[in-house]
Design a binder for this molecule. Sequence first.
Ligand SMILES: C[S@@+](CC[C@H](N)C(=O)[O-])C[C@H]1O[C@@H](n2cnc3c(N)ncnc32)[C@H](O)[C@@H]1O
Length: 298
Amino acid sequence: MHDSLDLTSLLSGLSQDCCRLFHGRGGFHPRFAHVAIDWFAPVILITFYQDCSQNETLQRDIIHLASLHDHIKTVVVQDRYLPQSPKRVVFGQLPQEPIALENGLKYHLSLKENQNHGFFLDMSSGRRWVQNHSSCKRVLNLFAYTCSLSVAALAGEAKSVINLDMSRQALAVGKENHLLNFTPATCQRVSYLGHNLFKTWGRLKREGPFDLIIIDPPSRQPGSFVAEKDYARIVRRLPELSHPKTQIMACLNSPYLGASFLHHLFEDYQLVTTLDPARGFADKEPERGLKSMIFEQV
Ligand SMILES: C[S@@+](CC[C@H](N)C(=O)[O-])C[C@H]1O[C@@H](n2cnc3c(N)ncnc32)[C@H](O)[C@@H]1O
């Protein structure tokens, strides 16, 4: 057992819904600041962001508890500090088709390879908001990745969704994510643009105006998007894609840029609401985590 991590209570009472069980980066347990523990039933995913002496003991204790709990079939460890961030199965076997279940919706997970497993748990408040505010709307999902926000929009009866991301591989998973949840006829309301946003304005303008525009970029992806200089370029283009009632969901996940960065970018807009952090992502310094805000024109 660990003095400061109560693994027994962390791993008991798990439901089928995925969630973050332990968020070391939140800063409440300094000894474990380099650890994240996620639940994707029936899999526990442990992520180590640093090679530390306590990693082995923590892993061993989680495997021991997993062996006592029928609902935990597999434990996977990802070493994010190593090149390529390899994952390894340390207990049980990977399910044939690992799935993240959230709010009744399913998403494909990649637990074998790839640095990211294809589903961002910290966006759960965003997905919930989008599902509750998409009815009959034309939605533009920028930086769509595997389209989880599009799945949420369609579940919320969106009229149409356009997903844009320069990674066609991620969009291909996104397409599968829709097919996992909806009939082929419903999936017809969704389209995919595998392009660099900054070379696609003309096409987007022709498709608009949109009722809801989601902006969830990386904080820094050199050559593709750097928030400090590129976020403002998107905000400048918004009037071409919107009408007076369009809602904008603006997100930013950077430890270095706080909420004021978004407030400043959207100073000509009205803030409708700021979304709460996702369950399990409490942070001693909330400004460092994911920020999601809804704006409208004044
Ligand atoms: C933070 S992820 C988006 C997560 C997604 N919204 C979700 O909820 O799962 C950022 C995505 O931005 C994409 N991206 C980065 N720069 C881009 C650009 N200039 N144009 C289009 N996509 C870009 C990356 O390929 C990546 O999939």
